[in-house]
Design a protein around this ligand. Structure first.
Ligand code: NAD
Length: 466
């Protein structure tokens, strides 16, 4: 690993962008610095004794409220990591035009070491600590899932918050990423991976950007390496292989890799992981570790954790295109090496913003107390039916039966969520590509994305006199 920490890496990218924007030093310092970090140590009686856990919640910027950011469970969680991730959330929300400030949380715990009922007790206790300080609240601070957490933890947190605030009509909006039956929204679980897919599709619509990678047009047939087959990596790999014709030749996971030049069957591998708890004994298994990132491929997708491409291995990366599905997988030092080598990087706070985008839709759904599409779907269907009947009577021909059903159906919640997500990802990529291509002094997509985000945050501060 490099000498610079994750937070310093994010800071380096920020400094380059704010320099190009010509921001004054004092305003730049205000935006860059986290507003607050709360560290809590709480005890839970488990397994016949009291265990002490350490939790974090950083609020990076409150230029919009609520602030938004996932809560991760990991044994090595620390303040530096949480502050780096919270800063990325500020820039991510600004870039995607989502009216949230940035936050992030973590609990230093290895979730696989605890039984479900223990995890529930710990999560509920952590929620109480956050609630006491308004660090979980529909109007001020809205957590979401991240590494090591998912729907289950969000349901526990929402339920605990609701118990503490029984008269709050909007209590379910205190966290996002909840299960569908507990105030969730269709498409949230797949959202981050789906967003990676939409971003790559949009990249391949930008012919001049594709040219810079030396790759041929179109996603079909592209060889992909993916690191991490968790929530984000699994969905991205599944959609890219099943819907875009990509060939996932390498999957790097904890404890080894799966290599198959003909393409790994992602759905089957995932099933195997759910059944056995890992990738061992699956066909194509090798003991190879991080060196898999250096294999021949067209697209490299780090989707596990930060710092995996660093100054030790960056010069050996062969894929000409990297899309950062994880947060911070490339250190600032590695970024410089990759840039020199002509590798194009689609940055994390653009590429993996699908999760927060659909979280935004979920939060709106919770506040409006109505499922998307409920009011208009059947009315739309009636209109389409009348249109088809009109066409049939004008032409004297009947509409093809095979197409009738798909033309007739009004939008369901999942249709609307995917449509809103695709629009958000495409608009953001288009914006960063334009800045990158139009300005000679903008060296890469990351700097372009950071310039857009920081400019928006700065204008928001200036508009209220800060
Ligand atoms: P997850 O816990 O569901 O999955 C992580 C996967 O990576 C697991 O399968 C794990 O076994 C694997 N992994 C861990 N360490 C590894 C290593 N050293 N090498 C190879 N594989 C390893 O987490 P996730 O939610 O998919 O998050 C992954 C990344 O995406 C994180 O950086 C997270 O911050 C980021 N992210 C997640 C979301 C979301 O909605 N979940 C949104 C935006 C960004």
């Amino acid at each position: 690993m490099d000498n610079a920490s994750f937070l310093q890496s994010v800071g380096t990218n920020f400094d380059r962008a704010s320099g190009l924007l010509g921001l004054s030093d004092d305003l730049a310092r205000k935006i860059k610095t986290a507003n607050s970090t709360y560290i809590v140590r709480f005890g839970v009686r488990l397994r016949g004794g009291v265990h002490t856990f350490t939790g974090y919640r950083t609020v990076h910027s409150e230029h919009f409220e609520p602030v938004k950011g996932g809560i991760r469970y990991g044994p090595f969680a620390d303040q530096d990591e949480v502050e780096a991730l919270a800063a990325l959330m500020t820039y991510k929300c600004a870039l995607m035009d989502i009216p949230f400030g940035g936050a992030k949380g973590a609990l230093a715990i290895e979730p696989r070491e605890w039984e479900t009922q223990d995890l529930e007790k710990i999560t509920r206790r952590f929620t109480q600590e956050l609630a006491k300080r308004n660090l979980i609240s529909p109007s001020q601070n809205v957590p979401a899932p991240d590494m090591g957490t998912g729907e289950r933890e969000m349901a526990w947190m929402a339920d605990e918050y609701r118990k503490l605030n029984p008269t709050d009509l909007n209590a379910w909006a205190c966290v996002t990423g909840k299960p569908l039956g507990k105030g969730g929204i269709a498409g949230r679980t797949e959202a981050t991976g789906r967003g990676v897919q939409y971003t790559l599709q949009e990249f391949f619509r930008h012919v001049s950007d594709v040219k810079k990678t030396g790759l041929s047009a179109g996603l079909s047939g592209k060889r992909v390496i993916i690191q991490g087959l968790g929530n984000v990596g699994y969905h991205a790999a599944l959609f890219l292989s099943e819907q875009d014709g990509c060939c996932v030749t390498h999957v790097l996971e904890r404890g080894g890799s799966i290599v198959d030049p003909k393409g790994v069957d992602i759905a089957k591998l995932h099933e195997h992981m759910l059944e056995t708890g890992g990738i061992e004994n699956y066909s194509g298994f090798t003991n190879s570790g991080p060196e898999i990132l250096e294999a021949e491929a067209d697209i490299l997708i780090p989707a596990a954790m930060e710092g995996v491409i660093n100054e030790n291995n960056a010069s050996r990366i062969k894929a000409p295109l990297i899309i950062e599905a994880a947060n911070g997988p490339i250190t600032a030092a590695a970024d410089t090496i990759l840039r020199k080598n002509g590798v194009i990087v689609i940055p994390d706070f653009c590429a993996n913003a699908g999760g927060v985008t659909v979280s935004y839709f979920e939060w709106i759904k919770n506040l409006t107390h109505i499922r998307f599409g409920r009011m208009q779907r059947r009315q739309q269907e009636n209109q389409f039916e009348m249109l088809i009947q009109g066409v049939e009577s004008m032409t004297g021909q009947s509409f093809p039966e095979a197409d009738r059903k798909s033309v007739l159906s009004g939008a369901t919640e999942i249709n609307l969520v995917r449509s809103g997500l695709e629009d958000t990802m495409r608009v953001a990529y288009e914006a960063i590509s334009t800045v990158w291509n139009d300005k000679d002094d903008v060296p890469d997509l990351r700097t372009a994305a950071m310039m857009i985000a920081v400019d928006r945050v700065a204008k928001s501060y200036v508009s209220i006199g800060i």
